[in-house]
Design a binder for this molecule. Structure first.
Ligand code: F6R
Length: 248
């Protein structure tokens, strides 16, 4: 894992946006895996600015999102599809045909998950996967537990994760769907390159465990230690528990 610590979230997001924009210039038909959440918002905003200033053209990029709520229509403001339309697809001018998305209203979860895995493979796999991390070390909706699922699956959300998602559900965690479709850890580790971003002291414990702890299903992000090309992009708060020798 390569640790990159910036003074703050703004600088980290700007540098990551520039690196991604350059990668898209070099590989215009890149396949990107993308998260939602609060963490990538400054990255998406900066990427949109760079695109609007014509630093790169995303019209040939294909995207696959990490996850989507189960039994929530894409038109609901709390759906991850709605989030992505608002912050990414419209602003980067990515056409609907280039967007891979889990359908939370699909008739059958298992078939939907198999089709998603097939679609990622047919696109040639994920070139770059951007990730956030939960305060409990979750990745996507791969929550801590006795076991992890390898492939895309229907996952149950922990109460903590429902609370963290309440903002688009009138601040009411009980309105957040209890299940979501989500890439599995094997799908995630299949990406050629991973960039995990984390900001704020609230993430520092999860980051410490991910980087310095054992590989364990109790902290799903620790499985990223098994991947050969992971950049961990942090601000000083998220990095505060890492031994000085490992921050760099
Ligand atoms: C969302 C996702 C989640 C978030 C994580 C951190 O697509 O994959 O694992 O990355 O919950 O969320 P924020 O960024 O809101 O702190």
């Amino acid at each position: 894992m390569k640790l990159i610590v910036y003074r703050n979230e703004r600088e980290a997001s700007a540098a990551t946006a520039e690196a991604l924009a350059s990668a898209i210039v070099r590989h215009p038909a890149m396949v990107l895996g993308l998260p939602t959440g609060r963490t990538p918002l400054p990255l998406y905003a900066r990427l949109a600015e760079l695109r609007e200033q014509r630093h790169f053209d995303a019209s040939r990029v294909t995207t696959f999102n990490l996850d989507e709520f189960w039994r929530l229509p894409a038109s609901h403001p709390g759906s991850y599809r709605a989030y992505m339309e608002r912050h990414v697809f419209s602003r980067l001018a990515i056409a609907a045909g280039q967007v891979g998305f889990l359908d939370g209203m699909a008739p059958d979860a298992e078939t939907e998950c198999l089709q998603y895995e097939r679609a990622i493979r047919a696109a040639g796999g994920l070139d770059v996967l951007i990730l956030g991390i939960g305060t409990n070390g979750h990745i996507g909706f791969n929550e801590p537990g006795a076991s992890l699922r390898a492939r895309t699956h229907l996952a149950a959300l922990k109460p903590q994760t429902r609370r963290a998602n309440a903002v688009f559900f009138e601040g009411d965690a009980s309105k957040v769907p209890g299940q979501a479709l989500c890439m599995g850890m094997g799908t995630i580790l299949g990406a050629r390159r991973i960039i995990l971003m984390a900001f704020g002291r609230g993430k520092s414990k999860a980051i410490q465990g991910m980087v310095q702890g054992p590989v364990t299903t109790r902290l799903p992000a620790s499985f990223l230690q098994l991947h050969a090309d992971v950049d961990v992009v942090l601000d000083e708060g998220a990095a505060e528990r890492l031994a000085a020798s490992q921050a760099g």
